[in-house]
Write a protein that binds this ligand. Structure first.
Ligand SMILES: [Zn+2]
Length: 468
């Protein structure tokens, strides 16, 4: 039986974080009422002319620099012609030859070493409007009663990043995508939220026998908007392609829809129907020639990249937790706790769990760190309460801990020993069989600890210590 390997390339789209659209001044606002953010330019009225958004160009260059791409000294906008109701001009302004960002790479850390995934290009374009198919069961055009178009999204600046087919498994694709997403978010160029539709990916999958040169026809999974579905879609495509080849069939290049409910792929369209976009340079826009000072200013704004920080933190807590911490964006919280004396492992754990939903961190990080440090000596409920209190204004960690019930045995032991030593008669009669005396001794310990001890733990510790 042949040994197969997957060949995967990704095209990632991210909405750029700008106040206004790519070629007009309509404001971008998630959740605004339908068709309330439109103008003659983005509705393609005759004679309306596009004016490029400078910030969108800067964002694209910045991302390109972070990926080590060559920045084009002479980038060109091009018309990509096709017809669809959500594209009023009948073409999309995109980039084809001479995109803003040429070849680069993203280095993805893995437990086995670094994996370098080539970046073919990154370019800037405008998004189409949003079509909503209503009345059908699937939300697709087939079977819908009618379709509506919301032009608010039309003209949103969109960054497209195309990778080389360097990825060999669903796991690798997942790691690449999550690292790329975190890089995009940290650079401040996009929120890249799949669930809000500000990031999506097309996934190209083919398989070949290990050692085989060249590529076989690929399947393109369009508009994937969840990391989980991307993994499952890749696995399904790989599985179905291998099965087809092993049955002796041949495959053709096609576009597929992945249905997460059935875990099946259905053909969207085959190669025969592939579009010819008749690209040509956009006559209404001059080429973009980024000045060297601009490129250098943007380069200077890029900090240490996530991949490199994963390696640094890996030395403290191991690969998987380090990757999760950085890729989920919880790392700054862990770093803040570490800076206040909490050890890395505990800090990462707290940042990934209790603090995951809390943004930003409470102002009093030092106080929070004290509570975290004391967590082993507190019972669960007391720790949760103290943790929650740390977010309040004027939080005093010392005062809170002083009033908090402690179940830490090593903290209670001195008090218990003192009570045993100070009450020889009662100890004697308990040992002689008078069970009821235990309550008195527990009371003494509570007094000794100013009521902070957990009575259940005191009770158990006293019984253990007084065993004959
Ligand atoms: Zn507009």
């Amino acid at each position: 039986m042949a040994e197969w390997e997957a060949v995967i390339g990704l095209e990632v789209h991210a909405h750029l974080k700008t106040r206004t659209k790519m070629f007009c001044r309509c404001e971008l606002e998630y959740g605004a009422g339908e068709n309330t953010r439109t103008c003659p330019v983005c509705l393609a009225h005759p004679g309306a002319l596009p004016v490029p958004n400078a910030l969108a160009i800067e964002h694209t260059i910045k991302l390109g620099l972070a990926l080590g791409c060559e920045i084009s000294p002479h980038a060109i906008f091009a018309r990509k012609n096709y017809f669809y109701p959500d594209l009023p001009k009948g073409y999309q302004i995109s980039q084809y030859e001479q995109p803003l960002c040429g070849r680069g790479a993203l280095t993805v850390p893995t437990p086995e070493g670094d994996e370098v995934v080539g970046i073919t290009r990154a370019h800037l374009e405008e998004d189409a409007a949003k079509t909503v198919h209503a009345g059908g069961a699937t939300g697709r055009s087939v079977g819908a009663d009618y379709s509506l178009v919301d032009f608010n999204r039309g003209g949103t600046p969109l960054l497209e990043i195309v990778s080389e087919p360097d990825i060999r498994s669903a796991d690798e694709a997942d790691r690449f995508l999550r690292l790329l997403r975190q890089t995009i978010v940290e650079l401040g160029v996009s929120d890249a939220e799949m669930e809000k539709g500000t990031m999506r990916a097309d996934v190209n999958v083919s398989v070949r026998e290990r050692g085989e040169e060249g590529f076989r026809p690929r399947w393109e999974l369009k508009n994937m908007n969840s990391f989980t579905f991307i993994r499952r879609g890749i696995d399904a495509a790989v599985r179905e392609q291998i099965a087809a080849y092993e049955r002796g069939e041949s495959l053709e290049q096609s576009t597929y829809d992945y249905d997460p409910d059935t875990d099946r792929l259905t053909v969207h369209r085959s190669k025969e129907e592939a579009d010819d976009y008749r690209y040509f340079p956009e006559p209404d826009l001059v080429p973009v020639e980024p000045p060297a000072e601009l490129v250098e200013r943007l380069r200077a704004e890029i900090g240490e990249l996530p991949g490199s920080r994963i390696r640094r933190i890996e030395a403290e807590i191991g690969f998987d937790p380090a990757y999760e911490l950085v890729a989920t964006g919880n790392e700054p919280k862990a770093v803040a706790l570490v800076e206040h004396g909490v050890d890395w492992r505990t800090a990462a754990n707290v940042a990934m769990n209790q603090l995951a939903a809390i943004t930003p961190l409470p102002e009093n990080v030092a106080g929070l760190a004290e509570i975290v440090e004391a967590r082993d000596s507190l019972d669960r409920a007391a720790y949760t309460a103290a943790f929650a209190a740390s977010a309040e204004q004027g939080f005093d960690a010392q005062a809170t801990l002083a009033q908090t019930v402690t179940s830490d045995e090593s903290a209670l032991e001195p008090a218990i020993d003192a009570v045993i030593a100070g009450n020889p008669e009662q100890v004697e009669s308990y040992r002689g069989g008078k069970e009821g005396v235990l309550g008195f001794l527990v009371g003494q310990v509570m007094k000794e600890t100013q009521g902070k001890a957990d009575p259940k733990v005191v009770n158990r510790l006293l019984r253990e210590k007084l065993q004959p």
